[in-house]
Design a protein around this ligand. Structure first.
Ligand code: 5GP
Ligand code: MN
Length: 325
């Protein structure tokens, strides 16, 4: 952490970058660090090379996030790129082009992180990257107001399934409590994310349930969404990111998977496990990465059925071997 903090202290112009297909922890980490750095007088641009899911648009700050093209158009000349919640360079889209040109620092909590930056603070013991950002901000002397505390809290809440997953340890509760004491409003985050669904999402989910397959005596459950299904229900991949959690919630399930054809012949594989199966290693073996209980991969050039034919037999074999973590 010291090296990363020192690198930030030296740079007056900083680009803060998150990952493609951004989730709550990633957006929280990008915005919390960006706001923190601005508050201590730095010039900052926030970058994510992907469309921000509509659910986060309620946060005013989201408008300030730019993709790689807009970053180029801005003419901004950063002295440091800080990459948050990212395990490998392919996860930052075209911001990869800057690696090797300017110094790069990474703040991340993924088990599969390959330490690709000049300065790496990687600690998989944190439930959320937002907890690490909170520590960097504090070390830099950033003062928290209600808004910053709420945004920072969002990452902790979303990456721990609203303080429910096994990664919700004492430190997670302590950090969340500290942010609430600083003015953070957890109900704002939970109503924005949990109670804000479009009816079209329910229709799509009904279709997903109809197609669901249950294997290995109920330990493995999976389903899929084709491009046609998204179109039929007026949905996009932004609408289906929570479905895998619903599948995992079924009694007796150890591994739940959603195969989603998010663009023609681009399939995102979203995986969750409950108690023992190590998905981070499995995800790596199919070209992705993540955490032991939440991991994913994006596979290009195949349709959803081809990807399932490739992934499911491999997974069944590994689950039958009973690899634990
Ligand atoms: P999700 O299923 O929500 O897309 O992702 C779950 C976890 O796996 C997240 O921590 C995410 O960063 C990681 N992950 C998802 N897709 C990929 C991928 O294509 N590559 C890598 N390295 N990690 C991924
Ligand atoms: Mn995260």
């Amino acid at each position: 952490m010291k090296e990363v903090v020192e690198a930030i202290k030296k740079a007056n112009k900083v680009l803060v970058v998150g990952h493609i297909m951004p989730d709550g922890d990633d957006i929280s980490s990008v915005l919390s660090l960006s706001k923190g750095l601005r508050s201590i007088g730095k010039e900052v641009i926030s970058g994510i090379d992907w469309k921000i899911p509509w659910i986060f648009e309620e946060l005013e700050e989201v408008k300030d996030i730019v993709d790689y093209q807009k970053f180029l158009d801005s003419g901004f000349d950063p002295k440091l790129m800080v990459v948050v919640d990212v395990s490998s360079p392919d996860r930052i889209g075209d911001f990869q082009n800057l690696i090797g040109k300017i110094p790069v620092a990474v703040i991340d909590h993924h088990a599969t992180n390959d330490e690709f930056a000049n300065f790496n603070w990687v600690d998989k013991s944190f439930g959320a990257c937002a907890q690490m950002v909170m520590r960097v901000n504090k070390e830099l002397g950033v003062k928290y107001d209600e808004n910053l505390a709420t945004i920072n809290l969002m990452g902790i809440l979303t990456d721990t399934g609203f303080l429910r997953f096994p990664n919700a340890d004492a430190r997670v509760y302590e950090d969340a409590t500290e942010l609430v004491k600083l003015g953070g409003k957890p109900h704002k985050i939970s109503s924005m994310i949990l109670e804000n669904k479009r009816i079209e999402q329910f229709h799509l989910f009904a279709d997903v349930l109809e197609k669901m397959k249950i294997e290995l005596d109920g330990k493995l459950v999976y389903s899929y969404i084709t491009q046609e299904m998204y179109k039929k229900h007026g949905c996009t991949d932004e609408d289906s990111s929570g479905f895998v959690h619903e599948l995992r919630s079924i009694r007796g399930v150890e591994v739940a998977i959603m195969f989603m054809e998010i663009r023609p012949k681009l399939v995102h594989v979203s995986m969750r496990s409950k108690e023992w199966f190590d998905l981070s290693q499995f995800a790596k073996s199919i070209g992705g990465g993540g955490h032991p209980r939440a991991a994913g991969a994006s596979i290009e050039g195949k349709d959803v059925f081809e990807v399932m034919d490739y992934v499911i037999p491999k997974l069944k074999e590994e689950m039958s071997r009973g690899e634990k973590s």
